[in-house]
Design a protein around this ligand. Sequence first.
Ligand code: ITT
Length: 192
Amino acid sequence: MRIYLATSNPHKVAEARHVLGEYSIEVEQKDVEKLEIQADDVEAVAEVAARRLCELGEELVAVEDAGLYIDALNGFPGPYSEYVYRTLGIAGILKLMTGVENRSARFKSAVAICVEGSVKVFAGIAEGFIIGEPRGSGGFGFDPIFVPAGHTKTFAEMSLEEKSAFSHRGKAFRALAEWLLARSPERQPPIG
Ligand code: ITT
């Protein structure tokens, strides 16, 4: 089976490819214009984008919207993470967090896909905390300042395989894979 991922972010493609590869599902990056609405949660952003693609007849095309939600900043930057990363950057977020004791945060991912004309949404969350100084050079975005709960390395210090084992994106794409495989005819229990 093959699905398409409408994104301009090669890191997302690599992570999705790795996770879905475990289920023998291929992922191809697709260059299509995405409708990106403003909403407080990533599920709504992904769902609306996928619905528009569905209306255009784009079958098995997935979109993913993700963001970093920092508790001490009331969930900021959340769905505005891409814009905040480009404008304030990691340094700006660390400045906002200066002297802040509560460092808890979570990454959220929502993957929405058009299958046979309807949209399904799958979500994944990675709990963790924001450290004081960036560490590591892997990954992308806010990876150098995020340490997932129960670990000591930042996402940027992990390999793609390590990160995707428990990342928000890994969880969301794994849920998608389970659903896709469960509904494919060859996995259905025999009749009678
Ligand atoms: P597309 O919209 O083209 O898919 P994008 O990078 O713009 O790619 P988003 O709109 O979903 O993706 O923005 C997500 C932002 O949230 C991203 O730019 C990062 O700053 C941050 N982010 C999301 N997932 C992340 C992760 O796994 N590691 C680090 N930062 C992440």
